[in-house]
Ligand binder design. Structure first.
Ligand SMILES: Cc1ncc(COP(=O)(O)O)c(C=O)c1O
Length: 349
């Protein structure tokens, strides 16, 4: 199976497994795991902050970050299809008692005027206090689209004007940084708290990080314990994270090049794909002209040995390129998927 359903499908490579097997470990909850401590030190610098906290998953990282940047009853603003809005089971409301307000987005981004218009005048005592803005870069449900530094700066300035905390869901921050041609820290340092996932493009079996000021990370560490994320000999996993920072960051550009090749190949074969939308490692297929449901499309592609998956938009499917996808896989997918979805019939139509 050429598994393009998600970049979470990567398996740790033999070299990563070797690094894990050789990890020096200790009790992480006691602050005694040297490999975790080393990963947190490296990740803080990588993300442009003073300190970082290692946690098991990116969802947990997001939920801890939102909790430490707000008080119960506060309101958070996010793009309406952001992962924290639609894919974490209402976690911000459940874990942090946040009022969740979705802003309509354009390719996953929103404008400072939208934030300004949404900030409530809570002085009368009736309304929730708008306190938190969260940005997702790259933005998953819009197809791995990026926020530019200028767009981020405009939101950061508005957040400062209105005393709002700013969080980055940087699950795919390395993809964003690669696409923008800047170090991840250049994006990360613009936020009060940044989260990074190790088990997507970076190819680890699990793990995520939250970064921020030393003071904020004291709160994050307490949050981690509260959420049940304080671990024991976690260095075995942190070693994968260190390996990924050393070996899997630069190579993200290969995933982006392969995604572009896939988008071009599929478009040339008559699949409804707009290659201009592929900024990072996602390719989106518009099912509407093909007259297929996503379940039909998924089954037909799977029967040809290619995994693609649905999105929040019922007529859009996605293919996500990652570390375990080779040039050969891309060429085979270019051949198989248009045939499976009946695109070739459209070329002469
Ligand atoms: C943008 C974004 N944030 C957070 C997450 C959460 O990651 P996990 O499911 O590994 O906790 C994901 C997962 O797909 C994601 O796409």
């Amino acid at each position: 199976m050429i598994d393009l359903r998600s970049d979470t499908m990567t398996r740790p490579s033999p070299a990563m497994r070797e690094a894990m097997a050789n990890a020096v470990v200790g009790d992480e909850q006691y602050g005694e795991d040297p490999t975790v401590l080393e990963l947190e030190r490296r990740a803080a610098a990588f993300l442009g902050h003073e300190a970082a906290v290692f946690v098991p998953t990116a969802s947990m990282a997001n939920q801890i970050a939102l909790r430490i940047l707000s008080q119960p009853g506060d309101e958070m603003l996010a793009e309406e299809n952001a992962h924290v809005m639609i894919n974490e089971q209402g976690g911000p409301a459940v874990f942090s008692s946040l009022v969740m307000r979705g802003l309509p987005g354009r390719h996953g981004t929103f404008a400072p005027e939208q934030v300004r218009a949404a900030v409530r005048d809570w002085s009368s005592g009736h309304m929730p206090r708008t306190r938190l803005v969260t940005i997702e870069n790259t933005h998953n449900s819009s197809g791995g689209r990026t926020w530019s530094l200028e767009q981020i700066d405009a939101i950061a300035e508005t957040a400062r004007e209105h005393d709002l905390n700013l969080h980055l869901d940087g699950a795919r921050l390395v993809n964003a940084a690669t696409a923008l041609g800047v170090p991840a820290a250049e994006i990360g340092r613009r936020f009060d708290a940044v989260t990074l996932c190790l088990s997507k493009g970076l190819g680890c079996p699990l793990g995520a990080l939250i970064a921020g000021s030393t003071e904020l990370m004291v709160a994050a560490r307490r949050g981690k314990h509260l959420f049940g994320g304080a671990m024991r000999q976690a260095g075995i996993v942190a070693a994968a994270g260190l390996y990924a920072l050393d070996h899997n960051v630069e190579r993200i550009r290969d995933d982006h090049a392969r995604a572009r090749r896939l988008a071009d190949g599929w478009a040339a074969a008559g699949l409804p794909v707009d290659p201009a939308q592929t900024e990072t490692n996602f390719v989106q297929i518009d099912l509407a002209p093909l007259g297929l449901t996503w379940r039909e499309a998924e089954a037909r592609a799977a029967a040809e040995g290619v995994g693609i998956s649905d999105t929040v938009n019922p007529t859009l499917m996605r293919a996500v390129v990652h570390l375990d996808i080779s040039d050969d896989d891309i060429e085979r997918a270019i051949e198989a998927v248009p045939r499976a979805l009946g695109a070739r019939d459209r070329v002469g139509a």
